[in-house]
Ligand binder design. Structure first.
Ligand code: FNR
Length: 184
């Protein structure tokens, strides 16, 4: 059984990144994979403050435990001001501050959706850099940049672009395959 933790970098309920995440997850449903969705909105993490490290809030502990148990982490990130949204960076900063960094040696799959024409290219470059600093194994290819996200999804939440769907399927499969190879 592979434990997959899926997180959208947006806290917004109607987030395109939540939809993108759901599309990716639909390709691994039914496999030997346990899926847990991590919702940054309901987690309600405080803004990171080193002073809080002596009395770490339960929400942070829950996040750290969830990441520590995961075999595979799937992140769909928006792009805010050409970078990673503060809420997602805040969550990663909290995760990075435990005795053993739970992201080290974790397989991470990245994708992103934005309403602009670059489809989170810049945010994903920054996110890769951040995750590499923490020792994660980030699947290099294919890269999934969902641009003009307001027009990219059908009513039922599925992606309109069939070629992009195929790319997304091979991305998530690459993550699952790497977890299996690391275990073997
Ligand atoms: C944005 N947006 C945006 N889009 C983009 O392609 N490049 C960018 O640099 C930015 N910058 C940015 C800053 C801030 C503060 C906001 C709120 C938005 C637009 C963004 O892509 C759009 O709001 C997406 O819909 C956000 O993703 P979710 O919430 O739909 O997942």
């Amino acid at each position: 059984m592979i434990k997959l933790v899926a997180v959208a970098g947006s806290l917004r309920q109607d987030s395109f990144n939540r939809k993108a995440l759901q599309n990716a997850l639909s390709f691994v449903e039914g496999e030997d994979i346990e899926i847990q969705k991590l919702d940054l909105e309901t987690l309600d993490l405080p803004v990171f403050n080193e002073d809080l490290e002596t009395k770490v809030p339960e929400s942070v502990r829950e996040l750290q435990r969830t990441i520590a148990k995961a075999d595979l982490i799937l992140i769909a990130t928006p792009e805010y001001n050409r970078s990673v949204p503060g809420g997602l960076k805040n969550a990663i900063d909290w995760v990075s501050r435990t005795g053993s960094v739970p992201l080290t040696d974790k397989v991470v799959v990245l994708l992103g959706a934005s309403t602009g024409g670059f489809g989170t290219v810049r945010a994903q470059i920054h996110l890769r850099q951040i995750l590499m600093a923490l020792g994660a194994f980030i699947i290099p290819q294919p890269e999934i940049h969902i641009s003009y996200a307001a027009e990219a999804f059908n009513e039922d939440g599925s992606l309109k672009d069939e070629a992009l769907k195929e790319k997304l399927k091979s991305l998530i499969q690459a993550g699952v395959n790497l977890v299996r190879k690391l275990r073997a």
